[in-house]
Design a protein around this ligand. Structure first.
Ligand SMILES: Cc1cc2nc3c(=O)[nH]c(=O)nc-3n(C[C@H](O)[C@H](O)[C@H](O)COP(=O)(O)OP(=O)(O)OC[C@H]3O[C@@H](n4cnc5c(N)ncnc54)[C@H](O)[C@@H]3O)c2cc1C
Length: 440
């Protein structure tokens, strides 16, 4: 039976998350967003983060056996929508803990899981952060979208060479959230995708390595100054002969699968965060349309264009929410094997909710452009991020769906029938070879 109603436990979770977002997070958001120094902005929200950690939002998706909350994907979405409706950048910090730690759960050995996941869930200081280090700086080669390119000269360029039982790491990562920590000395743990084989392409050369805070040889450059989601931190990190014990490596030769699966897990989470952002804009503008007359005698909602646009905005938000729910439910049903559907929910919700926020501004008119008096400018800056972050919709997420669909035995009714699709390396690498026009 299809049932969209929340269980009593989920209703409680929603209420608790909403109260946290409204009472604890909201009072800090405006100042943190307006702070020109990204580090100071990040530090401003630390008390809210500590409270979120205490309440279980930072590691709630990890299994109870490690001290996590044992939340389902569906549960996570319910909490994230409420937090993102107040600030999606803060939601991103929570999401990135999962991007870093979930691959350990899927690909780590028992000893690694026990050590690192337990530490994450039971940290005495409530400011525990984990970073997920995939993205690399622009250059040639450079960037991230072609991490699964079959050539050893393309894709991930940070190298980790095995020497005397240690991996020696060199290179640079650019963009990872939380990776510099609260004090620019590193997150408690950074999980990084590196090239452990210089002779293979992305489908065999990549692995994950766990880097503890305080490991020598790492330099944290000043944080990236972003347009939106400014409560989140984006780091720029250099690795110079950084030595890590071999026991800290996992997913050896399967770092590509870890990237694909992590950015799939986060798909519906990012999707619902876009929903939360658009919902906040829509509710603000709906109220405006019911009270503002624009020099006429009646509120503008009685103009048909305004009514029709608000109708479309509301429809898009609802549709995005339910596709995110479906992707989360599918992930719960198939042990996180939701690669195509997870990507679909992230793409659809991100791009649709971006349009919804822009349309909110069109409904409201010029007053939406006044950043001193109204929040639309921040909603737009924040929502802009969804199509391009968390594995960009163009280079990474669409390619993932394409790779699944291109398989000969792909069942186009698999999602409708709730049928599991196993994601394999054969599905990767599609579309990584651009085709310049023939010469002459
Ligand atoms: C708030 C925020 C938080 C972030 N957190 C993290 C984090 O925690 N960890 C992390 O590693 N990164 C993080 N990032 C970076 C983010 O995940 C990016 O999505 C990722 O770096 C990929 O960017 P990209 O797709 O633009 O890649 P790029 O490699 O820069 O590609 C750029 C563009 O080229 C085109 N393109 C390239 N190749 C192809 C292709 N094969 N087919 C079609 N088009 C192609 C696409 O148009 C694509 O958008 C974060 C970014 C932001 C803004």
């Amino acid at each position: 039976m299809i049932d969209f109603s929340l269980t009593p436990e989920q209703q409680t979770l929603q209420k608790v998350a909403r109260e946290f977002a409204q009472d604890i997070l909201k009072p800090l958001v405006r100042a943190a967003d307006a702070e020109p120094d990204p580090l100071k902005g990040f530090q401003t929200i630390k008390p809210a983060y500590e409270k979120a950690y205490e309440m279980g939002f930072a590691t709630g998706y990890l299994p109870k056996e490690y001290g996590g909350g044992g939340l389902t994907n569906m549960d996570v979405l319910i909490a994230v929508e409420e937090i993102a409706a107040v600030d999606p950048g803060f939601g991103c910090i929570l999401l990135v803990n999962g991007l870093a730690l979930m691959p350990l759960l899927w690909f780590g050995n028992d000893a690694q899981k026990k050590k690192w996941l337990t530490q994450a869930c039971t940290s005495k200081s409530k400011d525990y952060l984990a970073g997920w280090l995939v993205s690399e700086p622009a250059g040639s080669p450079g960037g991230t979208a072609n991490f699964d390119h079959p050539s050893p000269k393309a894709g991930i360029q940070v190298t980790a060479d095995l020497k005397n039982g240690e991996y020696v790491i060199n290179g640079r990562k650019y963009w990872p959230s939380s990776a510099a920590g609260w004090d620019m000395k590193g997150a408690d743990v950074n999980v990084m995708v590196v090239r452990t084989d210089r002779n293979k392409g992305g489908r065999g050369a990549l692995s994950c390595v766990i880097i503890e805070r305080g490991t020598p040889g790492i330099t944290y450059e000043p944080l990236i100054d972003t347009m939106g989601q400014r409560l989140n931190q984006n780091a720029d990190i250099h690795f110079n002969n950084v030595r890590v014990p071999a026991e800290n490596v996992f997913a050896l030769g399967d770092g590509d699968l870890a990237i694909s699966k992590a950015f799939t897990w986060s798909g519906p989470v990012a999707g619902i965060a876009a929903v939360g952002t658009a919902r906040a804009a829509y509710e603000y503008v709906l109220n405006w349309a019911k009270t503002y007359t624009a020099g006429g005698l009646d509120p503008i909602i009685y103009h048909q264009n305004v009514g029709y646009m608000l109708t479309d905005i509301a429809m898009r938000i609802e549709a995005s929410r339910y596709l995110s729910y479906k992707a989360a439910h599918y992930a719960d049903s198939h042990n996180y094997e939701n690669h195509a559907l997870g990507a679909m929910s992230k793409i659809y919700a991100g791009e649709t909710c971006f349009q919804a926020v822009y349309d909110c501004m069109r409904v409201m008119g010029i007053n939406s452009y006044d950043r001193r008096s109204h929040p639309l400018e921040k909603y737009l800056r924040d929502v802009l991020c969804f199509p391009i972050y968390d594995a960009g919709n163009m280079g990474m997420q669409r390619r993932k769906i394409w790779g699944v669909m291109a398989q000969e035995n792909f069942n186009p009714r698999a999602f409708m029938d709730n049928e599991r699709i196993e994601f394999t390396k054969e599905m990767e690498g599609i579309g990584t070879a651009g085709t310049p026009p023939p010469k002459g």
